[in-house]
Design a binder for this molecule. Sequence first.
Ligand code: IPE
Ligand code: IPE
Ligand code: MG
Length: 246
Amino acid sequence: MSEELLHQVTLNGAGPVHIAVIMDGNGRWARGRALPRPLGHQAGMRAVREAVEGALAAGVEVLTLFAFSQENWQRPADEIGALMALLEEYIAREMADLKQQGVTVRFLGDLERLPQAQRAAVERLMAHTEGGTRLALNICISYGARAELTRAARLLAEEVRAGRMAASDIDEEQVARRLYTSAFPDPDLLIRTSGELRLSNFLLWQLAYAEIYVTPVLWPDFQRQHLWEAILEYQRRDRRFGKVTA
Ligand code: IPE
Ligand code: IPE
Ligand code: MG
């Protein structure tokens, strides 16, 4: 059944090149099983592997996952501690396979806020997987879109002050070049799990024309066929970009 989905995705062709995912619902998944929230996050970590392998199989070029937001730093210390421990565990467990699968991993966000061990681990994974050509996997951690845009504004202001550019040179391309995602095309498709209908400060600039797909599936239950279903739905959409369809 799921192989049929993949077959259909491949037959249809035509993207999406870049998929962004708001991985939400770990807490509710745990609550539904009367488990502590960290066990929901642990189960969510397994779903990341599903998403990555589903993207590889479908020929997606860029996968950008929202793993931990700037606002998530306001969660209780023990939950943050559990998430940080899982981050290290994920890196230790997946590093060799990601490299072998041709995945280049990048972490996007304010990485300076990470504890030292996690900071070192993310740097290690990025260095180890550099040069993979099948999939660019971006993991957004300590990420907030408004902070990202504010940082871009600051970088531009510094360049103007230093006389390297004029204020009148600032255009959309110059802004986009100073975002964490500068190396990638904008996401074509945004998936949010657990049924929430909001962006939660994720990629506000880059999602300007993304197709939005919300599924009630909780992130720990997310499997590769869910990704392929979302891609099939995307392939049925009519993207107009403000124009009139021919
Ligand atoms: C998403 O799951 C993971 C993170 C935000 C770190 P949640 O922890 O937000 O799960 P819910 O929304 O409470 O179910
Ligand atoms: C968004 O989920 C952040 C991540 C998935 C990492 P949240 O659970 O933090 O979002 P809100 O609080 O429901 O908007
Ligand atoms: Mg949530």
